[in-house]
Design a protein around this ligand. Structure first.
Ligand code: ATP
Ligand code: MG
Length: 297
């Protein structure tokens, strides 16, 4: 039983407030995915990570998407190095770290042609080593994924403790979300998925979307869907994107910002990750321990 004064939502106290030796909290890894592209994964990742950081959790945002709308672009940051440079021996992992808004850490996407999970085995080892050398204290890592159901996306989702599938009210988004959940549950052993509705016009729309997905998954798949909530379609979010800022920072009183804070609060209440001591390298080890499969039929 957790102690009554332990609030799992915000396990990280202010720096220096709690003795380090008491409870080295494991790193919670949350993967954000969607199936269909352009539904709002990067915005969800950035604003969720920042809301967690603002709530006192030391957060690292890992960008694994090689697409154009990268985290660093969204936040107006200019990476000097990426993971590709680490692997090429041009820099240390620490050198890739960007300090984002609120003091959260960001590891920008490798700018090479390959996904991290498609690297050679010795490069995987190099990455794990690099992450184990990273002595930055972190409570939560948020992983922004590329669209689709490529092997790399599935592997990141499988290695994370929790997967958020972002969905919006378009037939293709729902169909692709279902396809993603299907491969995650059938081929990757993922048993629980959080559904986040984005760009909803009214509160009921999110729940309806969830119900739609729930109906098919409960019929055909062995997976539990949880309704995480909904983010409204919000013009302030668009403006924040144009300003290259996170909406929770640029317009904290916007409806989308309130919704992101709410989502972060709920995500903070998920069951804590198991394990004696969490470090980011555990995530990387889990990541490379996954058998590499070719795309499932
Ligand atoms: N809640 C929202 N309200 C209004 N506009 C939104 C909202 N969420 C996303 N958008 C719009 O959709 C665009 C795409 O969002 P985002 O880049 O986060 O999607 P993505 O799923 O990461 O895309 P990709 O699949 O290309 O990585 C944003 O730039 C923004 O203009
Ligand atoms: Mg994106």
């Amino acid at each position: 039983m957790p102690s009554p004064d332990h609030n799992p939502a915000f396990p990280a106290a202010q720096p220096g407030a709690a003795p380090e030796s008491v409870r080295p909290a494991p790193v919670r890894v949350i993967a954000v995915a969607s199936g269909k592209g352009g539904v709002g994964k990067t915005n969800v990742s950035v604003n969720l990570a920042l809301s967690l950081q603002n709530a006192g959790q030391r957060t690292l945002l890992l960008d694994t998407d090689l697409g154009l709308a990268n985290v660093d672009v969204m936040l107006g940051l200019s990476p000097r190095f990426t993971l590709a440079d680490v692997l090429a021996g041009r820099c240390e992992l620490r050198d890739t770290l960007l300090e984002g808004p609120g003091g959260m850490w960001i590891v920008p996407a490798a700018s090479g042609k390959r996904h991290m999970t498609e690297l050679l085995p010795q490069q995987h080892v190099g990455l794990v080593h690099a992450f184990s050398q990273l002595d930055v204290p972190i409570d939560t890592m948020v992983v922004d994924n590329a669209a689709g159901i490529a092997d790399g996306v599935l592997t990141f989702c499988q290695a994370a403790q929790d997967v958020i599938v972002v969905v919006c009210d378009e037939p293709a988004s729902v169909t692709d979300a279902y396809a993603l959940i299907k491969v995650l549950s059938r081929d990757r052993g993922v048993s629980r998925v959080q559904i986040l509705a984005n760009q909803v016009q009214h509160a009921a729309e999110g729940r309806q979307l969830f119900d739609k997905l729930q109906r098919v998954t409960s019929k055909f798949l062995d997976v539990t869907l949880n309704y995480l909530g909904a983010i409204p379609r919000d013009e302030w979010l668009r403006r924040a994107v144009q300003r290259q800022e996170a909406v929770v920072d640029a317009f904290p009183s916007a409806p989308a910002s309130a919704a992101f804070r709410d989502i972060a609060r709920r995500a903070g209440q998920w069951q804590s990750p198991q394990g004696p001591r969490g470090h980011v390298e555990f995530f990387m080890e889990r990541l490379i321990a996954q058998p590499s499969r070719s795309a499932a039929a």
